[in-house]
Design a protein around this ligand. Structure first.
Ligand code: 6PG
Length: 472
């Protein structure tokens, strides 16, 4: 039998779908799975495909054409290291290992060095799009050396999603850049999802039925908010629960799970002193949602307002649209700011326009407005903040009034909208030429002689005042 063009280890759902995708583009694929029966049962279901199931890792490695291209699709963390360790004695110099899971980028950097020192090539590649994306065309964010990208490019380009004929894959940067950008993609995904949930929460309080909600989101998906997450949200509202006959969404328990990429994004933002308050609010909203028992208990004691939402429904839809869109712009502005900051710090040579371009298709955050983000960065690669691209400045100026009204409607009705408000707080802080930090600096100088700069003196000159003594 001829040798395979590509190998994949880990036949969980994403792995299976990626294999079918690669095979469908004309490549022969070898597969290996730790539990052999999973592999053999699955391979047996696809007798007409160029898929070679291997029972041993030795046989799997042997079945691949040189240089071997082996993609690992196993749980992030220890399992990735275990697979790599068992592959090392079987590989030849120049063979390529691709980790397609949601690995922490620092692990990817460690593996990049580890394998590079041994003469192998390693790519940490973020793969987004869930099952369907993996099967039909994901967005792929590979890191690692350019020379390795050059070898993988034909396969990656043929399996990725396409937008306007452009493949949704690009060489992100060296080392851990690919997994890093996928991590921020996920942080942005958290932000998008939470903002949609806050819009839903306001509509629910205003008495919208699931059918009305489905209509709102379907209409939005036909307009400037068009995106995968808005589209699936409309479908979710249409889904009936077979047991009760009501909307399924009403039967789903309100406790959100998370696997870690959102939390990693926050940690990285704090380390880089970049504000990502929308994503922060989204991660914390998941944490608060998971504290179900505590919330139920607190709801018996802590009062909220007795206010109904009186805004007429069509008007509310327009206002919430504006608040959602404006907040979404802020979330992307923050995520991209973090990517730019970290990219400069690591000297990854990141191209933000190209990153936005490969997010336009295949991935979970794909959205019409990523075309505008791509344009903004292609016009001005040095853009200091997405809010300041003329197109987005125009939108924010247009939406800001309704955005405020939505935050205030929600607040007066006692509806938590942490991501809407955090986004608005960022917008108002960023556009403020003057902030109350003059008082803060005075306080720091008062209790700790930390000094301050003066408004009437050049920057960089520091002053201290002998403040009055405080007794007691
Ligand atoms: C994607 C998704 C995918 C997955 C994440 C998020 O881009 O295809 O981001 O990677 O959904 O693991 O998972 P959590 O919501 O569980 O953190």
């Amino acid at each position: 039998m001829s040798k395979s063009d590509f190998g994949l280890i880990g036949l969980a759902v994403m792995g299976q779908n990626l294999v079918l995708n690669v095979e469908s583009r004309g490549f022969q694929v070898s597969v290996y799975n730790r539990t052999t029966s999973v592999m053999s049962d699955w391979v047996a279901k696809h007798p007409d495909k160029k898929i070679v199931g291997e029972v041993t890792l030795e046989g799997f490695v042997e079945s691949l054409a040189s240089p071997r291209k082996i993609m690992i699709m196993v749980k992030a963390g220890g399992p990735v290291d275990k697979v790599i360790e068992s592959l090392i004695p079987l590989l030849d110099e120049g063979d390529i290992i691709i980790d397609g899971g949601n690995s922490l980028y620092t692990d990817t950097e460690r593996r990049d060095k580890w394998l590079g020192d041994l003469g192998f090539r390693f790519i940490g590649a973020g793969v987004s799009g869930g099952e369907e994306g993996a099967r039909k065309g994901p967005s792929i964010m590979p890191g690692g050396p350019v020379s390795t990208w050059d070898v993988m490019k034909p396969i990656f380009e043929s399996i990725s999603a396409k937008v306007d004929g452009e493949p949704c894959v690009t060489h992100i940067g060296t080392g851990g850049a690919g997994h890093y950008v996928k991590m921020i993609h996920n942080g942005i995904e958290y932000g998008d999802m939470q903002l949609i949930c806050e819009a839903y929460s306001i509509f629910k309080k205003a008495g919208f039925t699931p059918a009305e909600l489905a209509k709102v989101f379907t209409d939005w998906n036909d307009g400037d908010l068009e995106s995968y997450l808005i589209q699936i949200t409309a479908k979710i509202f249409e889904q009936k629960d077979p047991e009760t006959g009501g909307a399924l969404v009403d039967m789903v328990l309100d406790t959100a799970g998370q696997k870690g990429t959102g939390r990693w994004t926050l940690i990285n933002a704090v380390e880089n002193a970049v504000v990502i308050s929308t994503i922060n609010a989204a991660v914390e909203a998941r944490i608060l949602s998971s504290m179900k028992d505590k919330r139920v208990e607190a709801s018996k004691f802590l009062k909220g307002p007795e206010v109904e939402i009186s805004t007429e429904k069509a008007e509310l839809v327009k206002k919430v649209h504006d608040a959602l869109f404006a907040s979404k712009i802020i979330s992307y502005a923050q995520g991209l700011d973090l990517i730019a900051t970290m990219g400069a710090e690591k000297d990854w040579g990141l191209d933000l326009g190209q990153i936005a371009a490969i997010w336009r298709g295949g991935c979970i955050i794909r959205a019409r407005f990523l075309n505008d983000i791509t344009d903004a960065y292609r016009k001005d690669p040095e853009l200091s903040n997405l809010m300041l691209a003329p197109f987005f400045t125009g939108l924010l100026n247009e939406f800001q009034q309704n955005w405020r009204e939505v935050v205030s409607i929600a607040s007066l009705a006692g509806i938590p909208v942490p991501a809407f408000s955090a986004s608005l707080g960022y917008y108002d802080s960023y556009r403020s030429a003057v902030l109350p930090a003059n008082l803060l600096q005075s306080q720091r100088d008062f209790f700790g002689a930390h000094t301050y700069e003066r408004t009437d003196k050049p920057r960089g000159e520091f002053f201290h005042t002998e403040w009055p003594e405080v007794i007691g």
